[in-house]
Design a protein around this ligand. Structure first.
Ligand code: AMP
Ligand code: MG
Length: 409
């Protein structure tokens, strides 16, 4: 057996970020920027009002409440009709340009209109610049907006749009093929023949890929047949940036994925027995002209899920150009017993975790054990790493990988 870190290292060493492409802002969400972006336009672009109210000359208000002549109105999107002279005010809406001559805005709540004589009472003393947004307040020309290697967020897409940009260079989002293998597998719906089971790995992996920001490609199901596995995997290798196969990597009589991987990966493949539970058997190699990574995961659905988290997701994040490959790992307080026996392996247990009033994350319950018990782990939001030994007891601290905190309800 080899340690988890060694197996992960073997995979990661062989991968680099995919090439850059230009994509629309909408397509860039969650991708990794491949070039820095520097501001070319100031934001705001001109002096404008941050309130609905009256644009005034602050000096006119220096002695307290003052009545000013209303000489017009300026709405967002308008250009002021004229400059403001002493003793004058202009009605102004949020976002509208401040007229020349004005240097402050009095909010509408602190004014009293006198429509009859076109005047307004300004009830307070205003400082120069009050409720005025200045050019470059938010973004100055030349200011770095996105560094190469950083992840594009929704708010950053707003920033780029505020610069008039409609596209950005990012590392290509990996297209990832998913193949299920096994004579027992039945695809979508329908009546199950005796001895058959429904394919849950493929829909799960396709969804996990999507959830992680990759483009899933369905390579369907191959029976336990060397030629069929070879054909479907080869198709995946030529069409995708990475391929995941499940089933057939253990030591069973028809576990052919291992040997097909060795064949199509021409000597780069390695079959590993990883010191972890679940997910001990794991195969990895690179195939084809583009050295496409191919992952062979064990067929048990919980093992598939755990192996995806431990090996596949970090590897795909490297292809996508991410610098942070791993999920956030937190030392959590154990509130339930976590029994185990020494077996030389790291045990990865699906758990429910939650922030407690003490400001620490607590593990409230652990799922039932069994690599075939997918339903028992499906709602868990974290993976606790129980080191080799005799287990842990309530109050112990345990390193835990946070899977999807928001999902906990
Ligand atoms: P294998 O890794 O091929 O030996 O399969 C291990 C276990 O996982 C067996 O009980 C399989 O029937 C089951 N299994 C394999 N592939 C899938 C799948 N795609 N969906 C659900 N269970 C599977
Ligand atoms: Mg099988």
């Amino acid at each position: 057996m080899i340690e988890v870190d060694e197996a992960r290292g073997f995979v990661l060493e062989r991968l680099t970020a995919l090439e850059s492409v230009r994509v629309t802002l909408a397509e860039a969400l969650g991708c990794v920027a491949s070039e820095p972006i520097v501001a070319t336009e100031p934001v705001p672009g001109f002096r404008n009002s941050s309130m609905d109210g009256y644009a005034v000359r602050s000096a006119d208000t220096a002695d307290g409440p003052v009545r000013l002549r209303v000489v017009g109105i300026v709405l967002a999107g308008d250009v002021p009709e004229r400059r403001l002279e002493a003793g004058e005010a202009m009605r102004i809406m949020t976002g509208a340009p401040i007229p020349e001559g004005a240097d402050a805005v009095c909010m509408i709540e602190e004014t009293t209109d006198e429509p009859a004589d076109h005047s307004v009472l300004i009830s307070r003393v205003l400082e120069e610049g009050q409720f005025v947004r200045f050019p470059g307040d938010d973004i100055a020309v030349g200011q770095p907006l996105i560094a190469s290697g950083s992840v594009v967020t929704g708010a950053q897409i707003g920033v780029l749009a505020s610069q008039g940009l409609s596209s950005i260079s990012v590392h290509r989002r990996p297209r990832v093929g998913v193949l299920s293998t096994g004579d027992e597998l039945c695809g979508n719906g329908g009546i199950l023949a005796e001895g058959k089971i429904r394919d849950s790995n493929r829909p799960m992996l396709l969804a996990l890929l999507h959830e992680s920001g990759f483009t899933p490609i369905d390579l369907e199901i191959a029976s336990d047949d060397i030629e069929e596995i070879t054909a479907r995997l080869s198709r995946g290798v030529s069409e995708c940036d990475a391929v995941i196969a499940t089933g057939g990597v253990s030591v069973g009589d028809v576990d052919f994925v291992k040997s097909v991987l060795a064949d199509i990966c021409e000597g780069t493949a390695r079959w590993m027995q990883v010191a972890m539970r679940p997910g001990k058997p794991f195969a990895f190699g690179t195939a084809g002209q583009g050295s496409t990574p191919v992952f062979g995961l064990p067929g048990n659905p919980v093992s598939t899920r755990v192996s995806f988290e431990m090996f596949v997701r970090p590897a795909l994040r490297r292809l996508a150009g991410h610098r942070v490959l791993e999920r956030t790992t937190i030392n959590m307080v154990l509130d339930c017993p976590m029994p185990r026996k020494p077996d030389g392996k790291l045990h990865l247990v699906h758990v429910d975790s939650r922030m407690h009033a003490d400001g620490r994350m607590h593990i409230e319950s652990a799922s039932r054990h069994g690599s075939h018990l997918l339903n028992a782990v499906a709602k868990a939001n974290a993976l606790a790493m129980i080191p080799d030994g005799n287990g842990l007891v309530p109050g112990d601290i345990v390193r835990t990988l946070l899977l999807n905190y928001e999902v906990n309800d």
